[in-house]
Design a binder for this molecule. Structure first.
Ligand code: NAP
Length: 459
């Protein structure tokens, strides 16, 4: 080994350690930012190591690619709003997976005949997983962005068609593995994988898309790990495996938080039918005036804020912190209840509230806060809907039956901040809004909270 190779292996080791530490850091909101910096430093080390250690054919393409990628990535990071982060992430997966698939095709064109059996198997896996993740992620991004309808697309015999495509794809993969000279079969596998990615995602409703994306993330990671085997690149194997398994664990955790199984998410067509809510929903929603809501809050001893997707769209995180500080100044105990799937991505509420400098100590997870609702004077639901839907607990026929919820309806009083009659992501009616303890404060969450803060100051 020459000096460059030693340097490259050393940077790969450093990068791998940084990737592992970054995952550890990201497991808690307080250390998440540091975790991200470690991941970035790790990626930087891996890129520098590769550029120094590998024989570079021409720098022109590498520098142009780096420049173009950095400009597009930087532009997206600055301009894409937090609420659109899931579809932005889906696009990143699509391009990452496409890169893996293209590297595989490139390696096939140049080295297929001289490859050992194991490397050829890894190459087939890389191309197959990369291709299906590319189209699957593009469909997911389209659904989340609303470019493609969010409803599940289902037709008679769909599972049989999918099975046929899947078997065809796997069959071509095995054939190519045994007969590397069968160039046509390799391209058939590639084509079927692209189609399979589309077929896999179209029957899934947009409500389940974050889980699907996390699963696709896992496939993209495994494709990258397979690329590592093909290229003999250790850091790709390690990073790809970490990505693959963390993505899979995240999918399982998200399913658990929604009381669904992975099979139900993938084949259940959730959102295809709008299920009936329990009987209470025939009642009326009672509106509350700003002054009455402010009075309730100002004279309460315990208030719990329950943020949801609407807080994110309204960008109301600073407004809620300001109101909370006002109330605390009056001696009110204020807590924030965080549901694991509130918003549109894991940790969505934690990130928003951290951005507004809400102290971590004031954030309570579902299991911690649920027993406290009975002794809560006012629960303020800010743009949350599904995660506080009591049907999940009380109506076994509900589509979300069994999904753990924040039990705000056990509080003495519930004030719901939302703009109108809009439903949550599941499309279900929410009986909470019709309960005797609940009142509705209509309007954009940010302006409602700022007006509430002004009204509390007048009390
Ligand atoms: P949600 O059920 O989607 O409800 C959001 C509510 O916010 C709507 O009812 C809407 O009503 C209101 N809203 C929207 N914009 C608003 C604004 N500017 N001001 C005030 N209110 C506004 O949200 P959630 O309770 O957070 O539940 C999250 C959903 O996403 C769950 O179904 C969950 O399973 C799903 N999901 C989340 C994840 C994740 O990782 N977080 C993953 C997969 C699935 P109006 O239109 O009337 O205002």
């Amino acid at each position: 080994m020459n000096i460059e190779s030693y340097f490259m292996e050393a940077t790969y080791l450093v990068a791998s350690i940084l990737f592992i530490l970054s995952l550890k850091g990201m497991s808690h909101p307080e250390t998440a930012r540091r975790g991200m910096f470690m991941a970035e430093a790790g990626m930087f080390a891996a890129i520098v190591g590769t550029l120094v250690g590998q024989h570079i054919v021409t720098w022109v393409w590498i520098i142009s690619g780096l420049a173009l990628g950095s400009i597009i990535g930087g532009w997206m990071a600055v301009t894409v709003p937090m609420t659109a982060m899931p579809q932005r992430t889906a696009l990143s997966h699509a391009f990452g997976a496409l890169a893996a698939a293209l590297v595989g095709v490139g390696e096939f064109l140049v080295h297929a005949s001289e490859m050992g059996v194991v490397t050829r198997g890894a190459l087939g896996l890389e191309v197959m997983l990369g291709a299906l993740t590319t189209t699957g992620s593009l469909i997911a991004a389209g659904k989340l962005q609303g470019v493609i309808g969010g409803k599940p697309i289902q037709f008679r015999g769909q599972n049989a068609v999918n099975l046929l495509i899947g078997v065809g794809m796997l069959g071509s993969f095995v054939f190519f593995w045994i007969h590397p000279e069968a160039v046509a079969v390799f391209y058939i596998m590639l084509g079927l994988a692209f189609v399979f990615g589309v077929m896999l995602v179209i029957p899934i409703g947009s409500a389940d898309m974050p889980v699907v994306m996390s699963l696709l993330n896992s496939y993209a990671g495994l494709a990258a790990a397979a690329t590592g085997f093909v290229l003999g690149n250790n850091v790709l194997i390690i990073a790809g495996t970490l990505d693959g398994f963390s993505g899979f664990i995240l999918s399982v955790l998200m399913c658990k938080a929604m009381n669904r199984s992975i099979t139900n998410v993938l084949f259940g067509g959730f959102g295809a039918v709008i299920a009936e809510a329990s009987g209470d929903s025939d009642g009326v929603m009672r509106e509350i005036s700003l002054d009455d809501a402010a009075m309730q809050l100002a004279f309460a001893s315990r208030v719990v804020f329950v943020p949801g997707y609407g807080l994110a769209t309204a960008q109301a995180q600073h407004a809620v912190r300001e109101l909370a500080e006002l109330l605390e100044g009056r001696g009110v105990t204020v807590k924030y209840a965080i549901h694991p799937v509130a918003g549109r991505m894991p940790g969505h509420m934690n990130v928003l509230l951290a951005e507004a400098n809400v102290p971590y100590a004031a954030l309570y997870e579902m299991e911690q806060i649920n027993p406290e609702f009975v002794s809560t004077d006012v629960a303020v639901v800010i743009g949350a809907n599904d995660v506080v839907n009591p049907d999940a607990r009380d109506n076994p026929k509900s589509l979300i039956a069994g999904m753990p919820i924040l039990e705000v309806d056990r509080a003495r009083s519930v004030i719901v901040l939302k703009r109108g009659q809009g439903r949550g992501f599941s499309g279900l009616e929410n009986p909470l809004f019709f309960k005797a303890c609940t009142t509705m404060l209509y309007g954009d969450a940010r302006s409602s909270l700022s007006h509430l803060a002004k009204a509390v100051q007048q009390v």
